[in-house]
Design a protein around this ligand. Structure first.
Ligand SMILES: NC(=O)c1ccc[n+]([C@@H]2O[C@H](COP(=O)([O-])OP(=O)(O)OC[C@H]3O[C@@H](n4cnc5c(N)ncnc54)[C@H](O)[C@@H]3O)[C@@H](O)[C@H]2O)c1
Length: 389
């Protein structure tokens, strides 16, 4: 079985998620497409780099990502740093002929997103693989929804309603981490979480062509967090701590038109008390409807128009071994999978793409298309009009 030497850059939340996923992939998917070898982990903070080497089982650690890009031993680079460094690191890694999985959003600016898609295009003929980590489209229930759509079970799509609602930044005492700084993050909720439901909407209904939007910042200054991993609101800083302005959005909502003629709406906020990882998508077709909610990620709700009047309504399918990625879904549907298994599915798809020499469905050009939608959302808020993507 082929081996792939893995290097990971940015050992925070996603660094942990990618490591768990690479390590679990062959345990679920066997025979694995290739065996990962944990070579080098990099974090700009020396203690985090050294600690995560021991914790995650890498052979080496470093604090400068260039050591990884310049290391001929490395086959695969996982980019898990905040958004402002995605372009520089990924482009350098691609130029050095490494396969790259980069966290979402692909970049902090539309120009950087394009440069990454262009760099990926340049090395495509050498079978260098790129993936942007839009993992939610790989949830077995979401893949099942896609199957229903492709089979025509809900007819022609009329409307897609998607939301991504969280609460972790609703408290004004949540610190001003990198996620609230435009220079690093590029955008607030729009880049951080709306991108995920843009991806889900486009996965199920095809590309979005036009948007009209509203964007809002509710909390315009926050206590300053000094460097380090973003603790996503789990840390409260004293009310007398130094404060600095927030220059990104807390909420973005927009109406969309799809190339197919379907219409829809997308809403995202991090200020919705009571909502945690509330990703929902509801698709209405001429012959039925589908509904998915990440907080119940092992379930898909379906309603078919052809059912008799007296029993038509949503029914729940619990995904399990009979469905997509049955290998990770344990033996019985109700046993359920979670975020860890989902990232494992993503890494499986990435490694399989490398071995098979074909781009995955979330390659850099697909991620760039999501950035184009975000760019149109910002332009629409400024112009007050529908804008093309
Ligand atoms: N796919 C998802 O569900 C998902 C979820 C959360 C975050 N993300 C994305 O993952 C990326 C990282 O987010 P996170 O939540 O893991 O952040 P984090 O703050 O938890 O961790 C980032 C780590 O990167 C390190 N770092 C920063 N700059 C660096 C550099 N130049 N070189 C090396 N290390 C550097 C930091 O010290 C920190 O340890 C972001 O792009 C974010 O949008 C994706």
């Amino acid at each position: 079985m082929e081996k792939l030497n893995i290097a990971l850059i940015g050992a925070g939340f996603m660094g942990k998620a990618h490591t768990v996923a690479f390590s679990n992939m062959p345990k679920f998917f066997w025979p694995a497409p290739a065996m990962p070898v944990f070579k080098t982990i990099c974090d700009i903070v020396p203690e985090i780099a050294e600690d995560s080497k021991k914790r995650f089982g890498f052979e080496k650690s470093c604090t400068d990502w260039r050591n990884i890009v310049n290391d001929p031993e490395i086959d695969v680079v996982s980019v898990c740093t905040p958004n402002d460094s995605h372009a520089e690191i990924s482009i350098a890694a691609l130029k050095a002929n490494k396969h790259v999985i980069c966290e979402k959003p692909i970049a902090n600016t539309i120009e950087n997103a394009k440069a990454m898609a262009d760099a990926a295009e340049e090395v495509k003929s050498k079978n260098i693989i790129t993936m942007c980590a839009y993992q939610y489209r790989r949830i077995p229930a979401v893949v099942l929804a896609k199957k229903f759509i492709e089979e025509g079970s809900i007819g022609e799509i009329l409307n897609v309603r998607a939301t991504y609602l969280q609460s972790w930044s609703a408290d004004p005492a949540s610190p001003l981490s990198w996620r609230f700084q435009k220079e690093i993050a590029g955008a607030g909720t729009l880049g951080d979480i709306a991108t995920h439901v843009i991806d889900l909407s486009q996965y199920l209904a095809g590309n979005i062509s036009e948007v009209v939007s509203n964007i809002k910042t509710y909390i315009d200054e926050r206590p300053v967090q000094e460097g380090g991993v973003d603790l996503l609101g789990t840390v409260k800083i004293d009310s007398d701590a130094k404060k600095a302005p927030v220059d990104v959005d807390d909420e973005a909502s927009f109406l969309v038109k799809f190339e197919s003629g379907a219409v829809g709406s997308i809403e995202a906020t991090r200020n919705a008390w009571g909502r945690n990882n509330f990703i929902t998508i509801e698709v209405h077709g001429t012959e039925g409807s589908l509904f998915f909610n990440y907080e119940r990620l092992n379930e898909l709700q379906v309603c078919f128009a052809k059912d008799p009047d007296d029993r038509r309504g949503f029914k729940t399918i619990y995904t399990g071994p009979a469905h997509f990625y049955g290998e990770v879904t344990w033996n019985i549907p109700g046993m359920n999978i979670g975020y860890g298994e989902l990232k494992t599915i993503e890494i499986y798809e990435f490694v399989k793409s490398i071995i098979e020499g074909r781009q995955p469905s979330t390659s850099f050009d697909v991620a760039y298309q999501i950035s184009k939608v975000c760019d149109a959302v910002v332009r629409s808020f400024e112009s007050g009009r529908w804008e093309k993507c």
